[in-house]
Design a protein around this ligand. Sequence first.
Ligand code: URA
Length: 432
Amino acid sequence: MRMYDIIYKKRFGGELTREEIDFAINGFVSGEIPDYQMSALAMAICMQDMTDAETFYLTDAMMRSGEIVNLDRFDGLCVDKHSTGGVGDKTTLIIAPIVASLGARVAKMSGRGLGFTGGTVDKLESFEGFKAELSAEQFFEQVEKIGLAVVGQSGNLVPADKKLYALRDVTATVDSIPLIASSIMSKKLASGAHSIVLDVKCGDGAFMKDEKSAVLLAKTMISIGKSFSRNVRALVTNMDTPLGVAVGNSLEAYEAIQILSGKGDNELRALCVALASNMASMALDISIDEAQGRVIDAIDTGRALERLRAWIVAQGGDDSAISNPDMLLSAPFKREYKASADGYICKMRAQEVGVASMLLGAGRAKKGDTIDHLSGIMLSAKYGDYVKKGDTIATLYASSESLFDEAERVLNRAIDYSQKPPIKRPIIIKSL
Ligand code: URA
């Protein structure tokens, strides 16, 4: 078999066999197939798409490229959640303790930020001392004891995706449905959960800009999950504007505590309740209505917040912020960002807000950059709100005054005003 022939076949829309896909992935991971040939194949896939069978073979080959975690010891109670990525997405910090407090198990591997915002692990490290590296034994013991653990992604989990994503990122081949679906599902399947809830983001700040492609991505991932005998559900959710009001690691940890205290942004709460209800419904085999009642009760009684505390402590973190969340808002410098006109906020582009937050220090401009956990943006007005010129729209947090001007310039590009109220899409666009 020759990689050249596989690329040529896909270039003209041929359907690749399982053997051809295994050959390409195995050869790429072992180093026998060079980056330039794999990039050419990725581009051909972007242009010609893949059939369901090809997408399944690709996912399977990627999943088998490294370690596969077995969570069978938890009797089918393990449930995972994945978001396709968005600005201000702190949902794992909120829903993992909720569902663990209901008796489900969350044994999760999570990444650091890929793009301009921090990842779940970065957000958790806002709690001083939090350790994202646990031995396998510590990880399983913690899941047994408190129902949840989140660790940084192990180097040996789906190495094919690590290598391929790095190529896609620099060859304009990220936004292809079979490539995204196989990338996400290979990691979810290798991480071992019995049930998976997918939060497929749709809109300006997401890979999928329109509802049709977001639904197609969701359906593709559900069908891959079914082929591997996993329960998978998906919510297609709005990512035109940042999720909630906080963007930046410790600010998002603050917002997570707010939601678990029964306060905070209504849309973020609604999304978290929906995601957690789907997770609990699948893991505990109960109806979605029953699950939703239990989720709301876990928040109202404070049990979910206490589970967050137990989680932070179990992974070596300082839990004082749970009782005193204001300490998470203690960046040395703050500046208010003001409205430049009267009107309704009719655009608050998620991606630009993410870039502004990164410029303040909350994200990585390139791999390996260090993150300033205390920096970021706290919104006080959101999409659809009416503001007057000079009203505060956001508070910017940073370690140095010198970082504010450029972040403000990016925010100027992020926000538009209109005289008529804009049409609002619901946070949950579709449940599948
Ligand atoms: N997230 C992933 O893990 N992979 C993709 O290809 C896109 C988003």
